[in-house]
Design a protein around this ligand. Structure first.
Ligand code: SF4
Length: 358
């Protein structure tokens, strides 16, 4: 098992992507220069990435640029939007035609590909042949909430490799086991995670949270288990992670995180649900990753009906609290707080544990 996860903080998607690829040594991991390489972003709906649903186009473009510079040319960007949405419209609106024309890569709408019928875990599914036959798959999910599975990330992003009929079947079967089963036959070689501003609780976007983070890993189950904790969940609470463990894909509760940079301050103004939850916070020069952890923890606390414990209180966070002693504080900057959570950035699951004690 490869338990390494590289994490980089910031807001410059292209620069962060390049650093993750170089850290991974991706070019050296792909076989011959004629290898077929599939890039699988999340374009579930044709909405701008700033809304929290879709992969930032700069990430995909930087991966393409890196691969071309390293002599690879068999590159296909492949995606199938959710049932009822147009992949082509997403490609057009989000700048993928320009990438195709500039770099000479292929754009594949998996809704129009040929499918191979497989039945992992006795669940029939039609999977894009192009993706199944690829020599190297780069999964480029958005870390965001999901109305049915609580979160969606690397493993669930592969649902875009299915026919619309299989997508519908997955929903009919409750998603968790089908997603785990799909991941027994599709194994991304690299996951480049877009954790820049994924949605707080809905896969279609609209409540983006500035997280200022990207990650890389070679194992979808590993990075999803870790990502769950960043949203304030235990991996045990995510059904498809549990199912994956039960069918023998492994189990992760520990990971080796390598941080390639330090957290950056946020300048984003929370909107939607995040703005409502921000009423319980008192930020002063807070970093994106730390503040997002606090918002995710508050969301989890709200879902479990625990907000009464913090009514009338405000949680301090940010570099402006260094040396000060607020009542409750989050992150290393608030180490002198009466009640504090360590970490730089603090993690959502740790913050939630603290909030439950109030
Ligand atoms: S602890 Fe302070 S410096 Fe570290 S991420 Fe949080 S706000 Fe930023």
């Amino acid at each position: 098992m490869d338990s390494r996860i590289a994490v980089i903080y910031g807001h410059d998607a292209a620069k962060m992507t390049r650093a993750l690829l170089e850290h991974d040594g991706t070019a050296g991991r792909i076989g011959g220069k004629d290898a077929s390489i599939v890039l699988k972003p999340n374009l579930v709906v044709p909405s701008d990435p700033s809304q929290g649903a879709t992969t930032h186009t700069e990430i995909v473009e930087e991966i393409v640029s890196y691969l071309i510079e390293n002599g690879f040319h068999g590159i296909t960007i492949a995606e199938g939007a959710w049932v009822g949405a147009s992949t082509e419209e997403a490609y057009r609106k989000l700048g993928y035609h320009r990438i195709r024309d500039r770099y000479g890569v292929k754009l594949l709408d998996t809704k129009k590909d040929r499918y191979r019928k497989l039945s992992p875990c006795s669940i029939p599914m039609e999977i894009s042949e192009t993706i199944l036959d690829a020599d190297f798959i780069i999964d480029i999910p958005v870390l965001k909430g999901h109305c049915q599975t609580k979160m969606t990330h690397a493993m669930k992003n592969l649902k875009g490799c299915l026919s619309d009929r299989s997508k519908r079947d997955f929903h009919r079967l409750g998603l968790d086991l089908p997603i785990a089963a799909l991941n027994t036959v599709l194994h991304p070689d690299l996951i480049i995670s877009d954790g820049l501003c994924g949605d707080l609780d809905f896969e279609e976007g609209g409540n983006p949270v500035d997280m200022g983070r990207m990650m890389a890993s070679r194992d979808a189950l590993l990075i999803d288990s870790y990502a769950a904790t960043l949203m304030g969940f235990s991996p045990d609470e995510i059904g498809y992670i549990k199912q994956a463990e039960e069918i023998g894909m492994g189990s992760y509760r520990k990971w080796d995180v390598v941080e390639l940079s330090e957290p950056e301050r946020t300048s984003a103004k929370p909107s939607g649900t995040a703005a409502r939850l921000s009423a319980y916070t008192e930020p002063d020069e807070a970093c994106s990753a730390c503040y997002a952890s606090l918002i995710h923890a508050l969301k989890r606390l709200e879902e479990e009906g625990g907000m009464h414990a913090i009514e009338g209180r405000r949680i301090a966070i940010g570099q402006g609290y260094r040396g000060k002693a607020p009542e409750i504080g989050v992150g290393a900057c608030c180490a002198k707080a009466g009640i504090s959570v360590s970490g730089c950035p603090a993690k959502a699951d740790d913050i939630l544990s603290m909030l439950r004690t109030l």
